[in-house]
Each structure stands twice: as structure tokens, then as C-alpha cells.
Write a protein that binds this ligand. Structure first.
Ligand code: SAH
Length: 257
């Protein structure tokens, strides 16, 4: 059984590539795919690309060309929910496309043809990933340069792993106004969103179509507000890449096949 590990950004993937035994790099659909073994498990590492279409293409290639049995996605995201802070991790329970709007033909956010707006992640895989994320954040408080780079404080912050709804769309949400609007509109319709990013919902839809189990964990790199673009690059380099590495390795150790 081959497990696909998808990363959104190269910084998140590079340490995993270094851990790969018997690495083999293959090009397909203009993308690089790394095949090999991680902790004795057969894996394919791939970059999703940025945005929903790029991520959907990568996910389809992983399934069609590489025959993967499951897809696990690590990346970064903007924290939108109450108490979802920089340095926390959100494991997706389900995904919604916040920029999907075929109203009045379909209800707002409903994916035409799917009769729903939210696509759920695999329960068992998500539970394993949540366990790995929880272990990672509790051992990470005060490590990985988090205090100095992202928080700036002298106290070691206590980080949390959350489990809930993540919204994806083809926008980097980087203003407090937009973030509040997005969160309030979704909340008023019963969608309590914890984080926002640009790829996960597309991968969830592809996995739904093929019947492939999917789970995703996103490290919070910013609060999707006016400082999001400032927080972002340093955080990815210093923290998110190490979180991704620790979570994926812990997750693979717990897999039963
Ligand atoms: N610096 C990168 C571009 C990053 S785009 C480059 O130059 O290539 C932002 C990435 O982080 C996307 O993969 C998205 O999923 C995630 N992300 C983090 N914070 C986000 C936010 N506030 N809004 C939307 N996506 C966010």
C-alpha cells in the first residue's frame, strides 16, 4: 500500500525528502514525485501546487499514475476560528470551498453535483493524524524557534491541536475585514470554520470521487489578517517545515498497513 504525502510548499516537503530511503524522482504532469520508503512504509511525496486546480491535478496524478491507497496532506493555513493561534495545528474533519457560489441555482457553497457543501475526511486516518498533531504541538511549545520567530514573547506558548472545518479558496486571505466577513457569513449558515487555506477542499473532492481515504493537517502560520503576509515566509521556513516532518513521521509509525 502506497501512502501519498502531499505538501503545499517546498519548505514543508524538503525535510521529508531527506528522510526518504531508496529515493526515486519521477516527473509527471510537469510535477516532481518522490518515491521511496519512510519508516519502512512505501510513500510518494508530492507538492500540491498552490490553489485548488493545481492541487486537484496533483491528487489525480497520485491516484491514477501512482496508485496510492491514501492521501495525507500537511501544509499551513490562516487561523480563523476563536482560539486558533499561530503555532497551533488544525486537523480537518471536513472541507468546504469558501469561494464556491453557484447561487441561485444551488445553495451558497454547495458543490454542484454533490448535493452538499462539506466533504468529510476519512475518520480513521484523521484520528491518527490528530494523535500525531497533538503529540507534536505539546512537545513543540517553546521549540522549533516558535517563540522568537512567530510569537515574539518570552513565555513558551501553549499550542493546541484542533479538529474541525477548514475552508479552501483561491485567495490568500490577508485582511482582517475579509477574514471577519468570511468567518461571520459561514458561521451564520452553520459552518464554524477553524482555518482557511487554498488547496485542501480540492483534494478532498478528488479523493471523494475516487473513494480514496484522505486526511489533512494544517499548521497555523498567520491569522488571515493584515499581518498575514508578514508572518508567513519566516514561519514556513522555521516552524511549519519541522511540524510537517514530525507529524508525518509520527503518523506513519502508527499506520497499520
Ligand atoms: N510564498 C508562497 C506562496 C504562498 S500562498 C510562494 O511564493 O510560493 C499561501 C499558502 O499557504 C497556500 O498553500 C495556502 O494554502 C496557505 N495559507 C496560509 N495562510 C493562508 C491564508 N491566510 N489564506 C489563504 N491561504 C493560506
Amino acid at each position: 500500500m502506497t501512502t501519498a504525502i502531499l505538501s503545499a510548499l517546498p519548505e514543508e516537503q524538503s525535510s521529508l525528502v531527506q528522510h526518504l530511503a531508496h529515493p526515486q524522482r519521477l516527473m509527471h504532469a510537469g510535477r516532481a514525485f518522490w518515491l521511496g520508503d519512510l519508516h519502512g512504509r512505501r510513500v510518494v511525496l508530492a507538492l500540491s501546487g498552490i490553489g485548488k486546480v493545481a492541487a486537484a491535478t496533483t491528487a489525480t496524478a497520485l491516484i491514477e499514475r501512482f496508485g496510492v491507497a491514501r492521501i495525507v496532506f500537511t501544509g499551513v493555513a490562516g487561523g480563523v476560528g476563536d482560539g486558533v493561534q499561530v503555532g497551533d495545528v488544525v486537523v480537518a474533519q471536513d472541507y468546504l470551498q469558501h469561494d464556491m457560489d453557484a447561487s441561485p441555482l444551488f445553495p451558497r457553497w454547495e458543490v454542484p453535483g454533490y448535493a452538499r457543501s462539506r466533504l468529510v475526511c476519512d475518520v480513521a486516518l484523521s484520528a491518527l493524524l490528530l494523535g500525531a498533531a497533538t503529540a507534536c504541538v505539546s512537545s513543540a511549545s517553546g521549540q522549533f524557534g516558535l517563540k522568537s520567530s512567530a510569537q515574539g514573547g518570552s513565555e513558551a506558548p501553549l499550542h493546541r491541536a484542533h479538529h474541525g472545518l477548514i475552508a479552501s479558496g483561491d485567495r490568500f486571505v490577508s485582511s482582517a475585514d475579509e477574514c471577519v466577513r468570511l468567518r461571520t457569513t459561514l458561521h451564520d449558515a452553520g459552518h464554524d470554520v477553524l482555518a482557511v487555506e487554498m488547496e485542501g477542499a480540492a483534494v478532498a473532492q478528488v479523493c471523494h470521487d475516487y473513494g480514496i481515504p484522505f486526511a489533512a493537517a494544517r499548521t497555523i502560520s498567520d491569522r488571515a489578517d493584515d499581518t498575514a503576509h508578514v508572518d508567513f515566509p519566516l514561519f514556513v521556513q522555521t516552524v511549519a517545515s519541522r511540524y510537517a516532518e514530525h507529524m508525518v513521521l509520527a503518523f506513519l509509525q502508527k499506520l497499520s498497513n
